[in-house]
Design a protein around this ligand. Structure first.
Ligand SMILES: [Zn+2]
Length: 155
């Protein structure tokens, strides 16, 4: 899912939470939920920037539609053994950190968690568009190990 779609749906989600529990979230909580529901995708930029040694944001951004197009050109067997990047912030591990910080330190970390959780739901719903015979982004450690045996899509 594209960042703008995440932003739009993240705003709806954040505003909805604020209207249901205004005293718990407050304006600051709402903003944190919205921000975290979008900013988690920074791992897409970071991974590709480091992998391709290209730190120009706009050049990195151009890479994603190219990779998607190339992925769809592969037959389904090859596509299922190909990955477009390791999204290291996607998975339960990163959310677990915020759950623990939220329970033991401050509820503000829980606001981040709600945004991350919402983002993951949207990503899972969107993932079948790629027609992959696997589930990515459930565990970042598992993805890392899985992708080591796969082919990275490259231009
Ligand atoms: Zn994502």
């Amino acid at each position: 899912m594209y960042p703008l779609q995440h932003l739009f749906l993240g705003i709806l989600f954040g505003v909805l939470l604020f209207f249901i529990w205004p005293n718990y979230f407050g304006i600051s909580g709402m903003i944190i939920v919205i921000a975290s529901s979008v900013l988690i995708d920074v791992d897409h930029y970071l991974y590709i920037a480091i992998k391709k040694k290209q730190f120009n944001f706009f050049k990195v951004k151009k890479w994603f539609p190219i990779a998607k197009k190339k992925l769809f050109e592969l037959n389904s067997e090859r596509r299922n053994n190909t990955y477009t990047g390791w999204w290291f912030l996607h998975g339960f591990e990163f959310m677990l950190v915020f759950l623990l910080l939220g329970l033991f330190i401050s509820k503000y970390f829980l606001f981040v968690l709600y945004g991350l959780f919402f983002h993951h739901i949207l990503d899972y719903l969107h993932e079948h568009d790629y027609h992959l015979n696997r589930y990515d982004k459930v565990s970042s450690i598992y993805d890392f190990l899985k992708f080591r045996k796969m082919e990275f899509i490259d231009d």
